[in-house]
Design a protein around this ligand. Structure first.
Ligand code: F6P
Length: 478
């Protein structure tokens, strides 16, 4: 059964029987997460860029299975079919969520791989849980993969899976893609299990990274830690060869286009602009509420510009979407407090009755609502302190069909390597960021179009589907 329902609706599901698959995708999360409604299970879209990029790649592939966590603690669910491919839920206990997901994945690896923006914590109990959950993913992938099948493993939650799976099933073709940055050698060597992680990754035939810097960092860490021989894009270690490639991820541009043409999305866009009081300039930020995203720095810059009279609260409004994320993990509650304090401060000082200057929404929004916002945003603020790619920047560009709008983009995103004509900023330099924000509001339509056109060419040609095809073609050749 192919459901093919819009991502914003609930999914029903159909249980299917066990079989072997020619293509196995392994990621921490399934594309949908489980919700209980009374006695009934519903599946709703999972958060995050990984899911939105990979779902169209899997859609309509009857030989493919996606292995991942159902998004709730405890017992897994039965396998089911969705959008023409199979989903295989894997169970993770409440304790493992604390140790494997919140602990090692998001309080050790995530900060370490994002330039140690908050201090990474190293705990042996977290590591033990990380290893045992990785073993579970590897075991399930080994059971589901047919002879000589291709297995594509994703992201920092599953760094050990390629090596574990290689031991269980030497016949498989194994690819791994890291969606986040790979850190500088000087940072990476702080990791107590630095050798085990590199060895785990080297179980893959092909490792993909988002940027040339990530690939350089990975090569350097690998050769120093393992003594492996590296030449060009190849690593030879323990009698096996691993290729490393740079594959910047893209977005599903068809989906954005369909939404832009949808009259309800168009009406919603007009509605949003009107409800803001039809300001001259709408600025927009869309992020998970994460300390890597530079939301605070953006709000401080905005506050200073209002105080200095360089932006006027009568003419300029900022919408800041902050999707709730990892609220139990160190650093996330703090960033929420800081962001909400800044929002209160700006609105308290510069808002007027019934009209705040910052519209802050600590909620997740369906892509249809985000596309409506992109289409009315004159200035898009993407200012992470570090980000593997940042697909929001690409979604904004894809939404600007008339070549209007200005993208203010941090140099420390993967997207900045490709979107060279964005208004590039160093988010640590608040004066530079302020100047870029003001310049963005003064851009003529001719200047905006000149910058937007080349970015649109990149985004529209390097889609999520093209990215996957490119990776899988290279993997087949390994
Ligand atoms: O690459 C980072 C990532 O894993 C993305 O897939 C996604 O945007 C986000 O983090 C999801 O985070 P979480 O699974 O912790 O909600």
């Amino acid at each position: 059964m192919r459901l093919g329902m819009p991502a914003t609706r609930y999914f029903s599901y159909m249980v299917t029987s066990p079989q072997k698959w020619q293509f196995v995708l392994v990621a921490n999360r399934l594309p949908v997460r489980r919700l209980w409604e009374g006695e009934q299970t519903k599946w709703v879209p999972s958060p995050g860029g990984l899911v939105s990029a990979l779902r169209p790649v899997m859609a309509g592939n009857p030989n493919a299975v996606w292995v991942g966590w159902s998004g709730v603690p405890g017992a897994g669910a039965d396998p089911f079919e969705m959008d023409g491919f199979q989903c295989h839920p894997l169970s993770i206990s409440q304790g493992e969520i604390q140790l494997f997901y919140e602990g090692f994945s998001n309080a050790t690896l995530w900060p370490l791989f994002h330039d140690a923006l908050v201090p990474p914590e190293y705990h042996r109990t977290w590591w033990d849980s990380y290893r045992s959950v990785n073993e579970r993913y590897a075991k399930v992938a080994a059971e589901l993969a047919g002879p000589g099948a291709t297995v594509w493993i994703h992201d920092y939650h599953l760094l050990l899976v390629p090596g574990l799976l290689r031991e269980m099933r030497p016949d498989l073709r194994i690819g791994f893609f890291l969606h986040i940055p790979f850190p500088a050698w000087e940072l990476y060597i702080r990791m107590p299990w630095r050798y085990e992680i590199i060895e785990g990754l080297l179980g893959a035939n092909l490792i993909g990274l988002q940027t040339p810097l990530g690939a350089d960092n990975f090569f350097r860490a690998t050769s120093r830690i393992t003594g492996a021989k590296t030449s060009g894009k190849t690593i030879v270690y323990a009698g096996r060869t691993t290729q490393v490639g740079i594959f910047p991820i893209g977005i599903d541009t068809n989906r954005v286009n369909d939404l832009l043409e949808d009259p309800t999305v168009q009406a919603r866009a007009a509605d949003i602009r009107q409800s803001l009081g039809s300001p001259q300039t709408v600025m927009l930020g869309v992020d998970r509420l994460d300390y890597t995203k530079g939301i605070e720095v953006r709000l401080r810059a905005f506050r200073e510009l209002l105080a200095e009279g360089r932006l006027s609260p009568d003419r300029c409004t900022l919408i800041q979407i902050a999707e709730p994320s990892r609220s139990q993990v160190t650093g996330y509650a703090e960033v929420r407090r800081a962001v909400e304090q800044l929002v209160g401060d700006v609105n308290g000082n510069f808002g007027i009755m019934g009209r705040p200057v910052v519209h802050y929404l600590h909620q997740s929004h369906p892509i249809s609502e985000l596309v409506a916002m992109y289409s009315i945003a004159d200035v898009m603020l993407v200012t992470p302190l570090r980000d593997g790619m940042n697909l929001v920047a690409k979604e904004y560009v894809a939404s600007r069909t008339d070549n209007t709008g200005v993208l203010v983009l941090s140099e420390f995103t993967g997207a900045a390597h490709e979107l060279r004509t964005a208004e590039l900023v160093n988010p640590h330099d608040i004066e530079g960021l302020k100047s870029a924000m003001v310049a963005a509001t003064h851009r003529s339509s001719g200047e905006s179009a000149k910058a937007m056109k080349p970015m649109r060419r990149v985004v529209l040609s390097k889609t999520a589907q093209a990215w996957a095809e490119n990776f899988l073609t290279k993997l087949e050749a390994c």
